[in-house]
Design a protein around this ligand. Sequence first.
Ligand code: NAD
Ligand code: UD1
Length: 334
Amino acid sequence: MNILLTGGMGYIGSHTAILLSEAGHQVHIYDNLCNSNIDTLNRIKKITSKDIAFTNGDIRDTEKLFNTLVNEKIEIVIHLAGLKAVGESSQKPIEYYANNVQGSISLLQAMQSANIKTLVFSSSATVYGNPVYLPYDEDHPTAPTNPYGRNKLQIEEMLHDLAVSDKAWSIACLRYFNPVGAHESGLIGEDPNGIPNNLMPVIGQVVSGKLPLLNIFGDDYDTPDGTGKRDYIHVMDLAEGHLAALNWIKNNPRLHIFNIGSGKSYSVLEIIHCFEQVSSHSIPYQVVNRRPGDLPEYYASADKAKTVLGWEAKRGLSDICNDSWRWIKNPKII
Ligand code: NAD
Ligand code: UD1
């Protein structure tokens, strides 16, 4: 199938592009490179030995999107483009609403005009907010606690209204848990600009000597070792989740929501120890105050994705650490 990946040059999109291309799909990436690098395209082509089309464009440019959809004979869109830093979303809310919500409206207008009505949307577990119960299943109440999370929920609600208004739409919202890891080639992985906020990229920068030590945000949570626990999902498992979702969604109209997580949680100390073992490097750390807004623990019920899509995470923590380490060690030269 001809598939458009908005934001396909980013961390999750680039891994998904590889998997879809290797599965025989024609992949077209549409990205404005605001948080990615054109080098990634060469790396994707090197891994797949296939041609991947690319348009440098903003999702808010409805006309450019429409022309791309029509000229490339796109059949399905996977919508990953968006700004994703939770802290920044509180400092620059309008930028986030304009990029994420307005950008999604623009995409839907272009799709509607081009009569393309099959969509997979990158949502987030952050829509659930404070757990009322765990694991979060798809029926857990939604109560996001920051503008980024509210962007995701508003887009989901818009997609719901659209699917109710016109039965020709088939939409899958994938609520990702904590995507980590890298492609097993070591050629692509997560490479955030500036000082990262998320645990895995920080560990990567400590191991590679870019940062002197890791700050652990609190060791007094009600968890076995006192540090926060999360559901880390290997980015290639996540990519496989997209493939499963698009294979299923094309025959299943309306809107469907799926958690994409492993169903297990690991603590900060467990991640550190696994990374130390895999890399044979010690990871210096200090315990500091809790980070405002952090939760003690959350993880997915991934039963729906397993039952309906036939998808489940296959890779474990040592795969995550091994693949991340291979990417971190890579000199980043093609
Ligand atoms: P990323 O920043 O690496 O990739 C996003 C891509 O979108 C980038 O290449 C960026 O240049 C592009 N982009 C942003 N705004 C754009 C615009 N207006 N027009 C065109 N391109 C634009 O992020 P990622 O980690 O790959 O995340 C992909 C999606 O998954 C995002 O929507 C994010 O919110 C969602 N998500 C990510 C995580 C995570 O932890 N990485 C968790 C849950 C959900
Ligand atoms: C964050 C986002 C969430 C997003 C997810 C994607 C917030 C509040 N939430 O979640 O919306 O979907 O990333 O991966 O930002 N930690 C440290 N030291 C660090 C960094 C993190 O101890 O330098 C700890 C955190 O306290 C947490 C765990 O590591 O317990 C994971 O943190 P992080 O990778 O930032 O992810 P989340 O907070 O789960």
